[in-house]
Design a protein around this ligand. Structure first.
Ligand SMILES: [Zn+2]
Length: 398
């Protein structure tokens, strides 16, 4: 019965339709430099869903940039709630070595900015939803889609945070970022931390009268790399790689004949599940505090930059009914053993999981092509993914 319904739903997904919808989404630029950002794309998605008889709305989140969301309510008000979620912004198209918005097809690949990160995933989710609608199947639970703004730098996941702030509660969420059709119940968190060092300025002809903030900062950086980084490399997690710390920027000093009283540097710290940002800051404080102690009169602060606030690790895990259902549908559709574990990159899934929603990252394509000068998604994965999403919805909501 269940299997028959899944087969019936899949008849409403044509392979070519998944490709065509991805091409449409890619052809509408939606990076932060576009006026209104993602709004034109959000409105396009809304029109497409409405045409299918699915109720969809757009909602301004900030700077005229709009989320798009859609719901298909089930017959049972107490039924489970499943959310398909994807960010609809992309990184900038600058420096690409092919046309960013033409969405060319070549060698079984669909090319363009956002094809793999993550308009392909969005298209697959939308097609899954449309197929369920077209089939007329009556689900007990409800199926939801959210296309969210501002996941890419310099933004701070305003769209996903908006869902959380609105108080929407879901039992399950799938974030369709590129995992190569691997099921990820874990990913790393990321935190950008800035250290400001304060010394004392004086004339460079008498440097001993001052406290050189640039010298202190440089010794702090060496201490972090020599002492803390090797400690982080020893930590492990079964499904993501070891935590990291990388110095990204440094700035200090005004002119050569003045001993600088200020210098700052900043770093990217990737956290594994189980690590906290407060804990990470504490370790950095301890390491660089030893350096500062050798300079009486010097001081420093550590603060998190706003771009990464709340970007903790995903710890939803792989022992739950969402992962079980997804694995079963992958294996039924592809005939291959599903891969289950984690990914190293951060996603909006961490925000959704904070609501208590069981969350996985699962989507088409290889993350290696995300943010790259060459970006494409494999068509066979796009099509398989749309079908797996549709089967998953039936599995969890029937
Ligand atoms: Zn992405």
């Amino acid at each position: 019965m269940n299997e028959e319904m899944k087969t019936d739903v899949l008849q409403h997904i044509e392979d070519n339709e998944v490709v065509m919808l991805t091409r449409e989404l890619v052809s509408i630029p939606s990076h932060y430099m576009v006026e209104g950002g993602e709004t034109a794309l959000a409105e396009h998605i809304q029109r497409r869903l409405t045409r299918e008889g699915i109720q969809a709305t757009t909602e301004t989140v900030f700077d005229e940039r709009s989320n798009v969301s859609a719901s298909m309510m089930g017959s049972d008000e107490q039924g489970k709630r499943l959310l398909f979620c994807g960010h609809i912004d992309t990184v900038l198209p600058d420096g690409m070595d092919h046309e960013p918005f033409v969405a060319d097809m070549k060698n079984g690949l669909l090319w363009g900015r956002g094809s793999v990160d993550m308009k392909g995933g969005n298209a697959a989710m939308l097609l899954a939803m449309m197929a369920i609608k077209r089939s007329g199947i009556e689900l007990k639970g409800s199926l939801h889609y959210a296309g969210v703004v501002g996941e890419e730098s310099p933004n701070n996941s305003e769209g996903a945070k908006h869902l959380v702030a609105r108080g929407d509660v879901y039992d399950y969420a799938v974030v369709g970022e590129a995992t190569g059709l691997k099921v990820a119940g874990f990913h790393k968190g990321m935190s950008w931390l800035k250290v400001r060092v304060k010394g004392k300025a004086c004339h460079a002809s008498k440097p001993k009268n001052g406290i050189n903030a640039v010298s202190i900062a440089s010794r702090m950086i060496v201490a972090l790399e020599d002492e803390l980084v090797p400690e982080l490399a020893k930590r492990s997690h079964p499904y993501v790689s070891a935590p990291t710390l990388s110095i990204g920027r440094v700035q200090g000093g005004l002119q050569n004949n003045t001993v600088p009283d200020e210098c700052w540097f900043s770093m990217d710290r990737r956290l594994i599940p189980g690590e906290s940002i407060e804990g990470a800051k504490g370790e950095i404080q301890k390491t660089i505090g030893k350096v500062a102690a050798a300079y009486p009169g010097a001081s420093f602060t550590i603060e998190e930059e706003p771009e990464t606030e709340g970007r903790s690790a995903l710890e939803s895990g792989i022992d739950n009914e969402l992962v079980d259902a997804l694995v079963s549908e992958i294996e039924s559709l592809t005939g291959e053993t599903a891969q289950v574990g984690g990914v190293d990159y951060w996603t909006d899934g961490a925000h959704l999981a904070r609501m208590g929603t069981k969350t996985v990252v699962f989507g088409p394509g290889d993350i290696a092509q995300a943010h790259a000068s060459t970006e494409y998604v494999a068509v066979d994965q796009l099509v398989a993914c749309a079908k797996i999403y549709a089967r998953l919805a039936v599995n969890l909501l029937l």
